[in-house]
Design a protein around this ligand. Structure first.
Ligand SMILES: NC(=O)C1=CN([C@@H]2O[C@H](COP(=O)(O)OP(=O)(O)OC[C@H]3O[C@@H](n4cnc5c(N)ncnc54)[C@H](OP(=O)(O)O)[C@@H]3O)[C@@H](O)[C@H]2O)C=CC1
Ligand SMILES: CCCCC/C=C/C=O
Length: 336
């Protein structure tokens, strides 16, 4: 008999998540039916999307999320004991999955983890998974950066931002990052060799860009939205490109009551900007090739991928809240 632990959404989020939004439960799992496998979580991901997407989830539902898990029992000839899988089974320790009946459209929800060699399987939740593909496809396809261009990245010390910054730097762009602490800013400059980095909590963004990019910005990879992004967009050059990846500054706000921000149309029209939002599932058909490209960058020494690891399944709420508050440098993860 297998007893799974799981976190449910106990009550809907109202503003910033707190520990009492979550409840830890135990659940006895059934025997496997034909075609099913039993997996045990090793690594779980805490991602920003969980906050806004959970607005549409009923209380009592298992908290959404992805994990790297090990197959510990199989009643499916295509899957063997010991294989590692990526799966979207939510915040749970053990899960029963029938791989053949899973939804095949949209965001990948289950696959055997590709061979990462000596690298940690946890990378399948970060640089070699959804955040890595977000950075790769969302930056190159939408910003279309050229060597020598000036690139600005917000939430630059997070999983996606760190990755975008390194792609930009490797292309020969002039890279400017914004992050929420002096420690992160120092790290971006000293370790990632960003050309400039600023703490958005203590430095006015317009003043920072006048200093670091007096001739304007070609590409902006936007992870945060709000007035911060309006300020960057007013510093764009003619024909600048903005990839709108996320708007984390809005996630804890009721979508019906979002703050007003500076009007953007004058900048968009007179600078002839292209501003495009995306969801990474757009490139679902290229998912594995994206992972391979990022794996090659790592093997070539062109990509580093810090992880911010919180220990213990029971720490999931704390790790999630901490990530939203900016405690992480790199990909935020929980190790069971
Ligand atoms: N469109 C898509 O398909 C996808 C979009 N995303 C989006 O990309 C962004 C980054 O995700 P990810 O790399 O996983 O997460 P991160 O690792 O960047 O973690 C989130 C970071 O956001 C920063 N942050 C939190 N609140 C604010 C705020 N009010 N203003 C500015 N920064 C804030 C914090 O860093 P700091 O200390 O700098 O404040 C925190 O560390 C998110 O917006 C996410 O929703 C991610 C994956 C897919
Ligand atoms: C359900 C997975 C969604 C992934 C895309 C993320 C968007 C914003 O963070």
């Amino acid at each position: 008999m297998v007893i799974a632990k799981k976190f449910i959404l106990e009550k809907p989020f109202n503003g910033a998540p707190t520990e009492d939004n979550f409840k830890l439960l135990e659940e006895e799992l059934d025997e496997l039916n034909k075609g099913e496998i039993l997996v045990e979580a090793i690594w779980l991901s805490v991602d920003p999307y969980i906050r806004p997407y959970s607005n549409h989830v009923s209380p009592g539902t298992t908290v959404m999320g992805t994990q790297i898990a090990k197959i510990i029992k199989s009643n499916n000839q295509d899957y063997k004991f010991g294989q590692l899988v990526f799966c979207s089974t939510g915040w749970r320790t053990f899960s029963i999955i029938n791989p053949t009946t899973l939804e095949k459209d949209g965001m990948p929800t289950f696959y055997l983890l590709p061979d990462f060699g000596n690298l940690s399987p946890s990378l399948g939740l970060g640089v070699l998974g959804m955040p890595g593909n977000t950075a790769l496809f969302g930056f190159l396809n939408i910003c279309d950066p050229k060597p020598g261009e000036t690139v600005v990245i917000s939430a630059a010390a997070g999983a996606v931002g760190i990755h975008v910054g390194q792609i930009a730097r490797n292309l020969g762009c002039y890279v400017i990052g914004f992050a929420g602490s002096d420690h992160k800013v120092k790290w971006l400059k000293e370790v990632l060799k960003f050309d400039a980095a600023f703490n958005y909590k203590t430095k006015d963004v317009n003043a920072a860009l006048l200093e670091a990019a007096p001739h304007g910005v070609d590409c902006y990879f936007d992870n945060v939205g709000g007035d911060f992004s309006s300020a960057v967009i007013y510093r764009m050059k003619n024909f600048g490109r903005v990839s709108v990846c996320g708007s984390i500054s809005s996630y804890n706000t009721n979508p019906k009551n979002l703050p007003k921000v500076s009007m953007l149309q004058p900048a968009i029209v007179f600078k002839q900007l292209k501003i495009e939002g995306f969801i990474v599932s757009r490139w679902a058909d290229k998912w594995q090739s994206g992972i391979e490209r990022n794996l090659n960058f790592i093997k070539e020494g062109k990509l580093i991928y810090p992880e911010y690891i919180v220990q213990g399944f029971e720490s999931l709420p704390q790790a999630f809240i901490g990530m939203l508050n900016g405690e992480n440098l790199g990909k935020a993860l929980v190790k069971v």
